[in-house]
Design a binder for this molecule. Structure first.
Ligand code: NAD
Ligand code: TDX
Length: 336
């Protein structure tokens, strides 16, 4: 099989490419990535020489390049997106451009070349749950996006469903929980916490810190996507969750401080995120029933392994914090 993976130089995409080439060594992958600030080719250093891997540096909004590349593949796995909620609050234009228009361009290619399309979306499209409630998001939960980021992801999901319904394309959507693990860009909560502690800086906790996310180890997510590609029913949606049960942000920070042997004086409560969603939780029973999916990586063990990864790979995140990672494309692939 030949896969077009968009956004493969980002956090989940690079973990997915590594996972896929390991578990399906006969398959070919084209990593189609614009290499925005979030794209980091240092994530894929160990993959670069693989004969079944190729990078195309391009924008998913670019209709012509998408079609040139897509006509020779079997499936598209769409990770490419602007993904950081705080940035979408400062300026949502790139979010609409990449997440909505980019998805539409990919869907046109899927329609015209009869490709299977796997769209990686988020639980944030369902809105926010009350703290302390037993409610969980599932595939029937009505959409209620509340940030420009989640609104753009919701729009992209609607487009995928519209192309399934109107054009009969073969597509599946997954809505997953907050991922954590190696190679996550240090603007997101867990890597910001770990790297700030390692640098002796304060940990910025938004608002009262009593916000709840469901945490999914990135490798569980990659396996869920594999199951979806190999066993999923076309036209369906699957909610993919992890193993945490209502762990709030403050508890996450305290766990990380404990792992690193540091005190709670490193916590700094800062101004809250506008429109901050209180709680996410996922009912992943459909994925379990229909795909045989179950998360295998428990939070405490894999949080400790993630902390260890950031300790062992200081150069990786220091290159990001210093901006040096942006030079990697030119040194490996020549100037644009
Ligand atoms: P990321 O920000 O780490 O990576 C995004 C990648 O997309 C980068 O490599 C970037 O260069 C690329 N990209 C951005 N705009 C592009 C464009 N116009 N054309 C081509 N490439 C472009 O994101 P991530 O955390 O790995 O998330 C991947 C996907 O999973 C996203 O669609 C996101 O919405 C979804 N998701 C993420 C999480 C999470 O916890 N990280 C949870 C649920 C869903
Ligand atoms: O410095 C911080 N301090 C803080 O308290 C940051 C960056 C975040 N937070 C809080 C906000 C959230 O309650 O931590 C929680 C997690 O924040 P993010 O890492 O920004 O993730 P979130 O907003 O939940 O969105 C993530 O999960 C769903 C991804 O960024 C999305 O791409 C994905 O769709």
């Amino acid at each position: 099989m030949k896969l077009l993976v968009t956004g493969g130089a980002g956090f989940i995409g690079s973990n997915f490419i590594r996972y896929w080439l390991h578990t399906h060594p006969q398959d070919e992958i084209i990593n189609f990535d614009k290499i925005t600030y979030a794209g980091n080719l240092e994530n894929l250093k160990d993959i670069e020489g693989n004969k079944n891997y190729k990078l195309v540096r391009a924008d998913i909004v670019n209709h012509d390049v998408v079609r040139t590349v897509a006509k020779d593949v079997d499936v598209i796995v769409n990770f490419a997106a602007e993904s950081h909620v705080d940035r979408s609050i400062l300026d949502s234009s790139e979010f609409v451009r990449t997440n909505v228009l980019g998805t539409q361009v990919l869907l046109e290619a899927a329609k015209d070349f009869d490709l299977r399309f796997y769209h990686i979306s988020t639980d944030e499209v369902f809105g926010s749950l009350a703290l302390g409630s037993k409610e969980r998001f599932n595939e029937q939960t009505p959409y209620d996006p509340r940030s420009p980021y989640s609104a753009s992801k919701a729009a992209s999901d609607h487009l995928v469903r519209a192309y399934i319904h109107t054009h009969g394309i073969d597509a599946i959507i997954s809505n997953c929980a907050n991922n954590f693990g190696p190679y996550q860009f240090p603007e997101k909560f867990i890597p910001v916490t770990i790297t700030n502690i390692l640098e002796g800086k304060k940990i910025p906790v938004y608002g009262d810190g009593l916000y709840v996310r469901e945490w999914l180890y990135v490798e569980d997510h990659c396996r869920a996507i594999d199951l979806m590609i190999n066993k999923g029913t076309l036209g369906e949606t699957y909610c993919i969750g992890g193993m945490t049960q209502d762990v709030n942000n403050l508890e996450v920070v305290k766990k990380i401080l404990k792992i690193l042997g540091k005190g709670e004086d490193m916590i700094e409560f800062v101004k809250d995120r506008p429109g901050h969603d209180r709680r996410y939780a996922i009912d992943w029973s459909k994925a379990k029933r229909e795909l045989g999916y179950e998360p295998q990586h428990d939070f405490d063990t894999y949080l400790a392994k993630t902390v260890q990864w950031y300790q062992d790979n200081q150069e990786w995140w220091q290159h990001i914090k210093s901006g040096e990672y942006k030079n990697y494309y030119a040194t490996q692939y020549g100037n644009e």
